[in-house]
Design a protein around this ligand. Structure first.
Ligand code: NAG
Length: 208
């Protein structure tokens, strides 16, 4: 009897596992904290597990002289439910990925070209900064503010991996100056002066 129960529970756990191994995102469905709902199994193809978008450089003709090309679940539906994602960073000379956080993921970065100075700030306000060269890796713990700047003379590139298919990206400057957060409150809550706040809102497209 015990043997039969054991066999049943084993079979159940095997069939249960095979149901949840694959859950390709149905991007038309809602995005919940546990990811997207699964695309119908009959509609899943090998292409769902392949993403070619990191093969070409991002466009760095912009104010930050840099580009982040995400391979998050929205671009790469096969990542749904798997706790992982990727992105490509391109930084032209003097390029900057401004201070930002991924609320949902730790990030590991691998420099594939050039030199990048990267750092992060803990909630105890300790700062860890390092100039990285091609071949170097650095890790940025979940949720912490961090940045990357090109500290060489040529184009720099890195591939990052994040331990969530939907890591989120919040850029500090845009949170403060790229929206309709009223200037008077920005000034009161940051201790910056009016001229500085108005200038940054002008540059980053903020109003108010
Ligand atoms: C890159 O972005 C700039 C500014 O938006 C645009 O003028 C240019 O055509 C883009 N280059 C490519 C190759 O897409």
């Amino acid at each position: 009897m015990l043997h039969i129960l054991f066999l049943f529970s084993l079979l159940f756990s095997i069939s249960n596992a095979s149901v949840t191994e694959i859950c390709v995102a149905d991007l038309k469905g809602p995005l919940t904290p546990s990811g997207y709902t699964c695309k119908l199994a009959s509609k899943v193809t090998a292409e769902d597990f392949v993403f070619s978008g990191l093969g070409k450089p991002g466009n760095t003709t912009n104010i930050i002289k840099a580009a982040v090309t995400p391979a998050f679940v929205a671009q790469f539906p096969g990542l749904n439910g798997l706790g992982i994602s990727l992105a490509r960073l391109d930084l032209a000379p003097a390029g900057v990925i401004p201070i930002h956080t991924h609320p949902g993921a730790t990030e590991a970065l691998f420099v594939t070209r050039g030199a990048i100075t990267a750092g992060f700030i803990t909630s105890a306000n300790d700062v860890y900064i390092k100039r990285l060269r091609k071949g170097d890796s650095m890790v940025f713990p979940q949720g912490l503010l961090h940045f990357q700047v090109n500290s060489g003379k040529s184009h720099a590139m890195a591939i990052v991996s994040l331990n969530s298919p939907n890591p989120g990206l919040q850029i500090l400057d845009y949170a403060l100056f790229g929206n309709d957060f009223p200037s008077a409150l920005v000034e009161q809550t940051t201790f910056l002066d009016d001229a500085q706040v108005k200038k940054l809102k002008g540059v980053l497209g903020g109003t108010g």
